[in-house]
Design a protein around this ligand. Structure first.
Ligand code: GLC
Length: 414
């Protein structure tokens, strides 16, 4: 077990990192003040949606005030209809870094990307509220999260089955996950440019509804497991703010999402959960997304056993430094994936979601083990974007914000 001294060491470094990545000021472009933590100063200078939510969860332990600001900055740019973007560009003229492939995009002075990211906001908002019991914050954040949830239901669930669709791999937050390979024809160039061009297409379509213009429409299994958890969290936050009606609605919708994952995404033959394309066919690739349904409360004993087996299996996700983002037995698995992210390396936000799921099912020892092996990778390589799943070598961006979720994982499992 991580000793008290080692825990202190990790926590001190986590605080220092989050302070170092802090950005605040006034944006002329948005005519708003902002305060956020950038994911990594060199590679990811902007405010990213789910990164900010994860940062807020770590910050809720040390600096809840900053955690509140981080989330309030995120919702400050909310569009009238409830949409919240995946990346916010607070400063004009800096976007070339994101749209390297499209120099001209800078001239359009975009304020954000036209994408969403997995809806972790309600989960973070509830955690931050719970650490402070600050009702003023709850009343401020609640309407924004609620409007975002309504936007998702209205715009991203065209078949009304309780599962939301993503319109690009980038929206899953797992950019080049092999889950989506079969949806992109062609080689390197199609894979590299495909998701970015979809952004432009989506923007031109007004990103209101899913339409014929969207080539990509996936009910992604991790996104929807998070969606279930988010609706449950918002129901709880609604109870705190005494909005019984909203609480009942979120609970009911969460139940629909859960039922749809349990029946439609579950593949009884494979004994695994998979994402669905718009034709309701399953994308049968075992990636870390397949184990995120651990967040669901009503897994059958068979489903729970399959997930628990898979995260420990040496050909599944049971490597020395888990969880690889692709199961080892998949042809597409690469321990050192190069520029295409999410094709094998381990990511701390996924470990955090799985730890949370394991604890929900009372699997404390397994949760503890995952938190400990995650801490080993961090001891070895520091806070990196992702980790080689056999030797724990750090890869990708340096000083990476959400890897500080290790603090929460260790505290939850002690
Ligand atoms: C990478 C990740 C994405 C994350 C972003 C900023 O693109 O795939 O999930 O939000 O970096 O950290």
């Amino acid at each position: 077990m991580t000793s008290n001294g080692n825990l202190r060491h990790i926590e001190d470094n986590a605080i220092a990192l989050l302070r170092g990545n802090r950005r605040s000021g006034h944006s002329d472009l948005h005519r708003l003040d902002y305060s956020y933590t950038c994911p990594s100063p060199g590679r990811y200078p902007y405010q990213w949606f789910w990164d900010s939510c994860f940062h807020a969860i770590t910050l809720s332990h040390f600096d809840p005030e900053w955690a509140q600001k981080e989330l309030l900055s995120l919702v400050a740019v909310q569009r009238e209809d409830g949409f919240l973007p995946h990346v916010i560009f607070w400063q004009a003229g800096s976007v070339h870094h994101y749209w390297k492939y499209l120099q001209a995009a800078g001239a359009l002075r975009p304020k954000w990307t036209a994408y969403i990211q997995p809806p972790v906001l309600a989960i973070a908002a509830l955690r931050v509220f719970q650490s402070t019991r600050d009702y003023e914050f709850a009343r401020e954040i609640f309407p924004a999260v609620r409007r975002f949830h309504e936007w998702l239901r209205l715009n991203r669930d065209p078949d009304g089955d309780g599962l939301i669709s993503i319109v690009s791999p980038f929206e899953s937050g797992m950019d080049w996950s092999p889950q989506f390979d079969s949806l992109f024809r062609g080689g390197f160039s199609a894979r590299w440019h495909g998701p970015r061009l979809l952004d432009v297409r989506h923007r031109l379509a007004g990103h209101k509804t899913l339409s014929m213009l969207h080539r990509f429409d996936v009910e992604e299994v991790a996104t929807n497991s998070i969606w279930y958890e988010a609706q449950r969290s918002l129901a709880e936050l609604a109870r705190e703010t005494l909005d019984e009606e909203a609480s009942t609605r979120e609970e009911k919708e969460a139940a629909r999402t859960q039922a749809a994952i349990l029946t439609d995404c579950w593949d009884p033959e494979a004994g695994a959960f998979f994402s669905l394309v718009n034709t309701e066919q399953r994308l049968r690739r075992r990636t870390v997304a397949s184990v995120i349904p651990l967040l669901l409360d009503d897994l059958s004993p068979e489903q729970l056993a399959a997930l628990v087996d898979e995260i420990q299996h040496p050909l599944g996700f049971g490597t020395q430094f888990p969880l690889p983002s692709v199961a080892v037995r998949e042809d597409s698995f690469q321990a050192r994936p190069g520029i295409f992210l999410w094709r094998g390396a381990a990511w701390m936000n996924m470990n955090w979601l799985v730890v949370r799921g394991l604890l929900r099912h009372g699997l404390t020892e397994l949760a503890q083990k995952l938190a400990e092996t995650s801490a080993d990778a961090i001891h070895r390589s520091g806070f990196r974007e992702c980790y080689q799943p056999y030797d724990g070598e750090g890869m990708g961006a340096q000083d990476f914000g959400w890897s500080t979720l290790i603090v929460d994982m260790l505290r939850l499992t002690r």
